[in-house]
Every structure is written in structure tokens, then in C-alpha cells.
Design a protein around this ligand. Sequence first.
Ligand code: ADP
Ligand code: MG
Length: 616
Amino acid sequence: MAPLTGAKVIAQALHDLDITVLHTLVGIPVADIAEEAIDLGIRVIGYRNEQACSYAASIYGYLTGRPGVLLLTGGPGIIHGMAGITNASTNAFPLLVLGGSSESTSVTKGGFQELDAIALLTPHTKTAIRPSSKEPTAIVAALRTAYRIAWYGRPGPTFVDLPTDLIMEPSPADRRVDRPVISVSPPPKPGPSSDLITSAARLLRSSSAPLVIIGKGAAYARAESTIRSLISTHHLPFLPTPMGKGVVPDSHALNTSSARSAALKNADLVLLLGARPNWIVHFGEAPKYRPDVKIIQVDISPEELGRANSLGEPALSIFGDIGLVVDQIKAELGDWKAFSEPRVVSDPTAASSSYLDLLSRGAATNSAKTSEAAEKMTPVSGQLIYQRAYHIIKSTVNSLSPPSKGEIVYVAEGANTMDISRSSFPLEQPRQRLDAGTWGTMGVGLGYAIGAWSAYNLPSRTKKIIALEGDSALGFSGMEIETMARHRMDIVIIVMNNSGIYKGDATSATQWKEMQDRTSSSETAASNLKDRVKSLRSSSLLYETRYEHLAEMVGGTGFFVRSEEELRTATRKAFQEKEKVPCVLNVIIDPGINMDASFGWLETKEKHRGGGQSKL
Ligand code: ADP
Ligand code: MG
């Protein structure tokens, strides 16, 4: 019988923890762990870059509600994976990171891929440890501790350093018999103290303009049923953050998303459920909020509480699990209602109270703007715009899968691609939207799509993953399309191709066309090329790159899309793809040279010189 190595002990421990998917890019020495894991029936997904791999593992954790597991090689493998580890920390995603490291005996001598990963990762993880010895009990204890800490309390990344000798060498003695079996129970849920619940209910009752902000912590906590009941029973207007969408259906009458600014500006009381008062909600500060706004913050992380207090106004900080806290607030509120009737927020004629009037007016104006852009036919000149393209994608997808079923997960990244998609794709179910998150991280998209696919495509359930990718965003991890094909993942990637970062670069579209036109004389082509290269802006990308060939390269289907009809057909075909292959729709979008380059949610205008088109 083969000797019991550390690799076997580690793989068996992962199996005991009910880990069914391992995200990795193998090398020496961690390949042995991955191979042992495969033999135990764990689905091992091998990526092309640790960056995408680490994003995938972390979003897998967010979507499944249990730590995703990331297996990295040492040194540079850890460095590449830092992207996803720090992103997981910032976003509070549960993630167990296992990293190979050089032989214990070569430490400080310049060993192969030597790096003090514990020192590096300590500030970015909840814990970073190394098993105290090569004994199976020590290895298993370290894994159990790290897994538990990633999961318990506020979720986040943890790290276990695994020296090569620990992984590869046979155990000091054969311990097949006493190999410890481990398990970790789901995290305990802290309940709130009752006096805080009484105070919260009192504040809500005395508010004339309450607003519930729902963040991705509420989606992670799977608190949708109690929050839906809170909103509907007590007629409380609510606002989801980008990844908090769908905890309460976007179609709910009290959704203030289309009156976002009015809701924030006029609320006298904010109940913050699973969202930190950071830039995403404008820090809870004036002038976006009333200077006297009161904030009730609910969080599972005690350290987080009180951050909403920067205004010095009385705020309430409730430590506890969102589900339990909301249950108790509801019990305390009884049959009290904030407004006598649940108003249709976007219907100005229905509102009665002045706060609801304001919300209704804001919503009506914004909805009109959005639908005008969506309804606008593409001009004869032929260039699609985001809103119109999204309208077509959405209506096609909805006709194939009703939104109420929540069978689709949208990944969205890129500046305009992400911003505009937020309102273009209303959601009815939680955990259906994955975007750049707390850090505004670009480059997460394909990793997130694979992570989501692996979280949701099980014999018991399947979901379709649609990744809306800016052409810049796609570039970060484009080669992961091969990972998708290899693992038979029928992910739909829709590239919103405006030939640039933020706004596109059509400044010299004609120049590009001429340059790319093989029939023009070589002198013209050479002079065009010179002019073109001189006029490149920092945000420019190659004009109309044929990204759809990425799908064809790996046996998937690519669609080059310019018109509404092409978009409709391609969306339908890609969605209904029967072969388990990725599809890429390369959608040519108006480069929008006259558009401001902005990151909508942030609402700051980034000045970009526009290559002669300096309207900005
Ligand atoms: P968003 O990006 O949607 O604004 P954030 O990531 O800023 O959301 O905030 C999510 C918050 O939710 C974190 O502070 C996290 O600690 C908290 N959280 C996560 N799970 C729970 C839970 N079960 N109960 C209470 N708070 C939670
Ligand atoms: Mg772009």
C-alpha cells in the first residue's frame, strides 16, 4: 500500500470537511494534494492564472455560504493569488487558502519559490498558520482551525502554509489507523440583546422617512425571507446595494432603486442590513444624506459597528446575525406600518406622504430616462448603445427563463458595462448578481463566472451564468475560457466592446479601419499606423477586436454582433447551447466618444483627454 503522505492527509481532511470543489493552479509541491483530492471524488478545477483562480474560489464561498478552497503553489503562486485573497478580505468572502512552500530545511537559504507567506498574508487574512509538525494530527488540526475561522464570525480568508516536505514525505510513522477525521459545524449565529431591539423598534416607529439599505451581507446571510417579510409587513421603503439586489425582489413596490438619490437624501432613519457604511452607500454622510439622519447598523462583526456614527448623531449598533435581528425587530413592531398603504414607488399618483411623494417623483423621472434609452431603436448608422443592447439581452433571456425562477447569475464588470447593467437587469432572487464589489475590482469576471458555475451546476440544481464583460475587463483573464471549455462549462460571455476603458476609442475609428484595410496602399497604411499609434490614449484598446474567436479557439461558439437582430439571435442561441461549451458574444457598442468617462456609482467624473475630442 502507498505510504501515507501529507498530501493524502490533506486531501482526506478536505473530503471530511465536505469540500466538493477545489480551485487550483498546480505546481510542485501542491499537485500531489490535487491528485489525491481527485481520487477522493473532489472536483478539482485547474485555472490558467492564480488571480482568476483566487477570485473563483472566493465567490464560490460567497455563493455556497461555506469557505471556498484555494490551493496555490508557493512564492509567485501566492503572489498571483494575493489578488483574490485581499479581495476576499475586503468583501468578507469566506476562503480557505492552502499554499505550498519550500522545504523546511531550505528556509533562508534561497529555496525553490521561497517566500515567507505567513508574514505576507497575516495582515490580509483572519489567520495565517503552519501545522506545528508533519504528524497527521497536526496537519488536520491546522486545516480545521483555518476552515472554521474563515467561516465563523465575519467571513474572510485564512491561510495554511504547507512546506514541501510536509506534503510529499511519508508520515513519520504509518498512521492510517489513527488518521483523525474532522468536521466543522456551521457557524453559530449571535442573537441581539433585547434592549437594542426595543430601541430599534422605537426609532423605526418615530421615523417619518425610514429607509432599509440591504447589502450583500444580507444575501450571504440568506436572510431574504425575513427581510422580505419586514419590508412587506411594515411597508418600509428599501434600497439594495449592487450585490444586495434580489434579497427583496427589485419589482417590489417599495424598491427605491430608481429614486436612489432622493431616498438617501430624505431618509431620517436608515436601517443598514448587511452593508458597511463605505463609499458604496456614500459613507452615510451629508450631503448625500440628511445631516441629522439616524443610522441603525446591524452587523455580525462587532469591530464594524459604530462606523456609521461619523456624524455624531445618535446611532444604534446591533451586533448579531441579520436573520435573527430582523426576526426580533419584526416581533417588536407587531402590526405597525410605516405608511398606511404599500405604495407603488414609481407611480407618482399613488403616493400620499410627502416622503413617498419625493421618492415617487425621483423614481418616475429616472425610470423614464432608463426606458427611453432602452426603447430607443438603434439608429440606422448601426451602433448599439448599452441600454438598448441590455434591453434586448434581458427580454430574450427572460423569454427563455422567467426572472421569478432566479435561474440566472449575472456577472458584470467594466465601468459602463457594470453600471448600466445594474438598472437594466432587475432581479427577483438574491445572489444573482456578482460585480466588482467593495473594492471596485476589475478582472474578477471570468473567475467569478467559473466560481458561480461550479457552485451552481450540481446534479440537484443548475443555473445559467451570464458574464457581462467590458472589453477591458475581459482582458484580465481572457484565457480562462480554456478552463471553461476543459471543464465543460456552458457559460455565456457577453463582451460589451467599445474599444476602450470607460468610454471607447472611436477617435480614430476611421483611421483604424483604413489601417486594417489590407487593400490600401502600403504607404497609406504605414502613415495611418504612425498617426494612429501617436493618437492612442491610455484608455484606448484595439478597435473592434474579434473576441468571439476566443470561444471558437476552444470549441465553443462565437458571435460577432452589430445589430439588434444579431444580438437577439446570438443571445438565444448562446443561452440554448446544448453542448457544454462557453459562448462569446462580441457586441460592438457605440464607443461613446462624447460620453463622460465615469464610474456611475461613484459619481465622480474622471477627466480623460479625448484624443482631440476633448468635450470632457
Ligand atoms: P455591500 O457591498 O453590499 O455594501 P458590504 O460588504 O459592505 O456590503 O457589507 C456586508 C456586511 O455584512 C459586512 O460588514 C459583514 O460583516 C456583514 N454580514 C455578513 N454576514 C452577516 C450576518 N449573517 N449577519 C449580520 N451581518 C453580516
Ligand atoms: Mg470598454
